[in-house]
Design a protein around this ligand. Structure first.
Ligand SMILES: Nc1nc2c(c(=O)[nH]1)N[C@H]1C(S)=C(S)[C@@H](COP(=O)(O)O)O[C@H]1N2
Ligand SMILES: [Mo]
Length: 516
């Protein structure tokens, strides 16, 4: 067989094998099995510092596009590597195309990739979108991957043999494969499989997080308690977990005397607490809505840590989600009675996208620490880091005092002649776990301040809602600014030396144009 025929047959067989493997992965993803399509991104993103991360994100048009790009390029990469591997395979098979030696194709195309993936993706293998405990999740991920590469190997070998098989009726030894015709048949089959893949992709796209990741809650609609379906949402995932509570476990382990595993049912026996708490994402901009407030119900984290018996050298508590998201909090904070594990949100079971069946609520800390789809609580020493912290976010994860003007809109126009009363200015103020004691408004870009009216004070752990009846002195272009004072008397400020990756500080300002 000629060199170019061997190359062509290998390339085509490899491409079709790559398609088959990718379709198997998509089918597995459909059943909540973690595949390289999703977890390669998780594995790689921790290596990208937040500066470049944000700039790449900006360039591709946001987190959702970045995720799509990640999955898309992984798929393209798989097809490319498949075709390349096929081409090399074709060249190696050239001396004897019909040779059947499963041992070496299995070693190279199945065993080797499994070993490579196990090593490269080790930290994220335990991801399970149906909520399996981390160890079994890891085993399932590997089995799924084994199935995928087996599909690759079988398709590659089968397709290559099909393409290069001697023509029926031809003299033995005489080698005249009708490669063109068979390539057409095989290509058609490849298109069919790819079509199935596209169908799967469409379904997966519909359940993906693209439609809601980055949901904000701001503007005139803001009420004291955020309805669940309007609550802000941030997730690292392309497809969020939908935990099957019958498969789910909650482990308490690490530096403890008595490692314990709970089932969901077991948690109902603990004292239930209810607590209103506001969450805000570390990446929330001064005018943005990655902040919301809800009434959470569940058990205290302390009630699980105490019976586990922390060892003397335990310093931090590392929380794991079934999506292999992790974050850490100081042990002291974990033992605080306001740090809770919530199973209900505003009176109903935790919605899937907010962490069903259980999530952490850690007042005073950025949203990052409020791990969703919790499955493991690990007591550890001082030097453990979470997903975003590994990326380089922080070092400070306590929410600084912030406030926002929700109405009127930035660049609003009012005509004094048409106003029947004062202009209603309103918004929120949030002081982490310190509460809010005062809100002030300035209409001269911060030169002078007047008190706003706090009509919803909330608690120390929640935001406050305020209004202000503004009567502009006359026609002018105004800059309205809001500032809050927390429950400890500290006035909101711009912290010059705070890292931008510890959350921004400063003041929300809007421009308002008043004419006669
Ligand atoms: N398991 C898991 N927990 C997670 C995340 C995640 O991607 N996976 N995202 C975190 C981030 S960055 C934020 S801001 C909050 C958002 O919580 P919400 O979507 O319920 O508002 O969840 C945190 N907990
Ligand atoms: Mo966040």
């Amino acid at each position: 067989m000629s060199r170019s025929k061997a190359l062509f047959a290998g390339l085509l067989a490899g491409l079709i094998a790559g398609i088959a493997m990718t379709v198997v992965m998509l089918a597995l993803a459909r059943f909540g099995v973690a595949t390289p399509l999703a977890i390669i991104g998780d594995r790689l993103s921790v290596f990208i510092k937040p500066g470049p991360f944000l700039s790449i994100m900006g360039r591709v048009g946001g987190y959702n596009h970045l995720k799509q790009l990640g999955v898309g390029s992984t798929m393209a990469g798989q097809l490319f590597v498949g075709a390349l591997a096929g081409a090399i395979f074709g060249l190696l098979m050239r001396p004897n195309p019909q040779r059947r030696s499963t041992a070496w194709t299995m070693s190279i195309f199945v065993v080797l990739p499994i070993a490579a993936i196990a090593i490269a993706l080790w930290p994220v293998l335990g991801t399970s979108y149906i909520g399996l405990p981390i160890a079994s999740g890891g085993a399932v991920t590997l089995i799924g991957f084994a199935l995928s590469v087996l599909a690759f190997e079988r398709t590659l070998v089968g397709s290559f043999h099909f393409l290069t098989r001697p023509e029926a009726g031809a003299e033995s030894g005489e080698f005249t494969p009708a490669i063109g015709r068979r390539a057409l048949i095989l290509g058609g089959l490849g298109v069919l499989i790819a079509g199935g893949g596209v169908g799967l992709l469409r379904r997966l796209y519909r359940i993906a997080t693209f439609s809601y990741d980055g949901t904000q809650y701001k503007g005139r609609i803001v009420q004291p308690i955020t309805p669940n379906d309007l609550f802000y949402c941030v997730t690292k995932n392309v497809i969020d977990p939908r935990v099957n509570v019958d498969l789910w476990h909650l482990e308490v382990n690490g530096l403890v005397q008595n490692p314990t595993t709970y089932r969901f049912q077991d948690l109902k026996g603990f004292n239930q607490v209810e607590q209103e708490t506001t969450l805000m994402c570390i990446s929330n901009g001064l005018d943005a809505g990655l902040i919301s407030n809800a009434v959470w119900k569940g058990i205290t984290l302390r009630d699980l840590i105490d019976p586990a018996g922390p060892m003397a050298d335990a310093r931090r508590v590392r929380l794991f989600g079934v999506d292999n998201y992790t974050d850490t909090i100081p042990l002291e904070k974990a033992l605080d009675p306001t740090t809770i594990l919530a199973s209900a949100m505003n009176g109903v079971d935790l919605p899937h996208r907010h962490g069903y069946p259980l999530r952490a609520i850690v007042p005073g800390y950025f949203g990052e620490k409020h791990v969703k789809w919790l499955t493991r609580i690990e007591l550890a020493g001082e030097d453990v880091k979470g997903f975003y912290e590994t990326q380089g976010w922080g070092p400070d994860f306590m929410t600084p005092t912030r406030s926002r003007i929700d109405a009127p809109d930035h660049e609003s126009r009012f005509s004094l002649g048409q106003l029947s009363g004062p202009i209603e200015v309103k918004g929120i103020a949030f002081g982490g776990d310190r509460g809010i004691s005062r809100v002030e408004i300035s209409d001269d870009d911060g030169e002078t301040w007047t008190d706003a009216n706090i009509h919803y004070a909330g608690t120390k752990l929640t935001w406050a809602l305020w209004t202000y009846k503004w009567r502009p002195d006359g026609p002018d272009d105004y800059t309205l600014v809001v500032r809050a004072t927390d429950g400890e008397g500290a006035v909101q400020e711009w912290e010059e030396d705070r890292s931008p990756f510890s959350g921004v500080t400063g003041f929300h300002k809007i421009a308002v144009h008043v004419t006669a």
